[in-house]
Design a protein around this ligand. Sequence first.
Ligand code: MN
Length: 254
Amino acid sequence: MIADDIRGADFHCHVDLDRDPAALVEACERERIATIAVTTTPKAWPHNQQWMRQSRYVYPALGLHPELVAERYAELDLLERLLPESRLVGEVGLDGSRKHAASMPRQKEVFGRVLSAAQSLGGRVVTIHSRRAANDVITMLEALTTPDKLLPILHWFSGSIASARKAIACGCYFSVNANMLETETGRTLVGSIPLDRLLMETDAPFTSTAGRISAPWDVIQTCDGVARLLAADAAVLRTTVAQNSKRVLAFAGL
Ligand code: MN
């Protein structure tokens, strides 16, 4: 059960890529930040579970990153075998950038099989990468999932407003990080997300805050940044995002 005194929630953080994952887990406990620790290969699952076994705030998610599918396609079987153990799934998805175009057929096979397995198990929260592949990701969600069984979170979404609208219609939430607030397109996108679908993330260590690598507790500042962008009351928005966070975590039984 998730602690009920959380101050914020980071829905997409690569805890296992930190220099000292165990210390980061302890810091999240001290700071009382609920954190979804995404992984990029199912081989990372056992040691992530180990680091977070005692934690009331940090939870591992089972993943196979689309950028790694070319070299780790063979781990799909392992991912499917482990899936019954984890109601949090990610990082998974599609990456349509040129560098990863060659693996797109396999990326779609991996993402499709993960979505189908998660859908049939039910009660799964999935944090999804969709760089340059937003429409394909949303088409697959529409075809393979229903919001009563699988709750999708589009992480660091950079698709069009039209795509975002389709994603909203099929039940997606959006996790927003500080770097998204630094570009005009990112700000426009964040402004288009319904308040009841808004979550925070860091994607640490891939984002920075005040010139250093972001840490899960930076989500509080990010939420205040979103409030400024929307000209909303910061305290009210924090409460809304906290309610959304609890709803999503509850979907995964936390
Ligand atoms: Mn990531």
